[in-house]
Design a protein around this ligand. Structure first.
Ligand SMILES: [Zn+2]
Length: 129
């Protein structure tokens, strides 16, 4: 085992989640967690922390929909009642906002969720390898 790999007792949750939000390795904070847009690397290229244990599954998509929906639904209501724009203009603006915000949040929430699993020793992260 490498010296740079923390044991579970040394892992602090919120610094790790912040590193994951930045899509960096939750252990060292410098190695990239993702290969491409959403594909998680098997291991960190810097500290060799194994990342293939993660079980993010549908969690990041769920959180993305939860956040985007709770921002866009009241925003749609406020925009409609305040400015009464043409429906096609309103649709265009909110479609772009929804897609843009979703594409921004999805990989960051996935990184944060994987880092949370790493910090708490969930699933295969309980082994200190
Ligand atoms: Zn690392």
């Amino acid at each position: 085992m490498s010296d740079s790999v923390n044991t579970i007792e040394q892992r602090e949750t919120w610094p790790a989640v912040w590193k994951g939000w930045r899509r960096k390795c939750p252990n060292c904070g410098t190695g990239p967690m993702m290969r491409g847009y959403l594909k998680v690397r098997d291991a960190c290229p810097v500290c060799r922390q194994e990342l293939h244990h993660h079980r993010a599954d549908d969690g990041p998509a769920y959180l993305t929909i939860l956040i985007v929906g709770h921002l866009m639904a009241p925003g749609l209501h406020i925009a409609f009642t305040t400015w009464r724009p043409e429906p096609l203009i309103l649709f265009t603006i909110f479609a772009v906002l929804c897609v843009g915000l979703s594409l921004y949040l999805l990989p960051r929430l996935k990184g944060a969720m994987i880092a949370f699993q790493w910090a708490r020793g969930l699933h295969g992260f309980s082994q200190t390898s």
